[in-house]
Design a protein around this ligand. Structure first.
Ligand code: NI
Length: 254
């Protein structure tokens, strides 16, 4: 079954030893497409460079809330220039992260998030949202931009918020976390979520699905996410793979 890993970080140092070999092996592992988001300027540039080297890799450019401490408004110019590349399909990953105590102050994260939402609106690109322990503030900023479409990556919010996001026309995407023992809340969301709003991802090199948890993740393991969703939905994994691939292509305009 051919799959679309809609969120993987091959710019990560975890792939320094074998990045090119791992990526080159993806077509034979039935990974049809990969989207590599950036987390700051350097990883955004690397994401674009990787998309030039592999026809099945696409990029997003953006500054992650955990990495926004040194933000200057001149970064917007850089992101705008990178986003002009034909293989850049979104602004991301952007959002809010209140989990790590050492992260930039909440108000500052919110400012940087809004500036990148404005950039996405200006460029008419979708956004990839990172929301960790910031559900309420994140949703209220999303609502300030009714003409920006997006996906919540590694969705960890409530069923109630999922219903609001679906109504707003947004997508939710799920990682290997759905295979973990404590995934009950995500599974409840998946059970309810209409199939045309689901995307799948690995968030490689992180969040490796069971039974490989603890090892480095790669896009070849996104099949396990499709299988778990199929189990929850009472569908064939093949069907989940096909629909999420189509959803991803439609969402990212590929
Ligand atoms: Ni990520």
């Amino acid at each position: 079954m051919r799959v679309f890993d809609t969120h993987a970080h091959y710019d990560s140092g975890a792939f320094n030893a074998d990045r090119m070999e791992v990526l080159a092996s993806m077509p034979e592992q039935d990974v049809a497409l990969i989207l590599n988001p950036g987390c700051e300027l350097e990883s955004s540039r690397t994401a674009v460079a990787l998309s030039e080297q592999f026809p099945f890799v696409y990029a997003a450019v953006g500054v992650h809330p955990s990495d926004c401490g040194d933000w200057e408004d001149s970064w917007l110019e850089e992101l705008r220039a990178l986003a002009a590349h034909e293989k850049v399909k979104a602004i991301g990953e952007i959002g809010l992260d209140y989990y790590w105590k050492e992260n930039p102050p909440r108000e500052f994260q919110q400012q940087v998030f809004r500036k990148q939402m404005e950039l996405a609106r200006e460029l008419d690109l979708p956004v990839i949202i990172h929301d960790r322990e910031a559900h309420q503030d994140c949703l209220s900023i999303v609502r300030e931009y009714p003409d920006v479409r997006g996906v919540y990556h590694c969705y960890s919010g409530s069923l109630e918020d999922a219903k609001v996001l679906v109504k707003l026309g947004w997508m939710l995407s799920f990682t290997g976390v759905v295979t973990y023992k404590n995934a009950r809340k995500s599974l409840e969301v998946i059970e309810w979520l209409p199939m045309d709003r689901i995307m799948i991802e690995t968030d490689s090199p992180y969040l490796t699905p069971e039974p490989f948890r603890g090892k480095r993740n790669d896009s070849g393991k996104v099949h396990l996410v499709a299988e778990k969703i199929a189990q929850v939905k009472g569908m064939d994994a093949e069907e989940v793979a096909r629909i999420t691939l189509e959803n991803g292509k439609r969402f990212f305009n590929i």
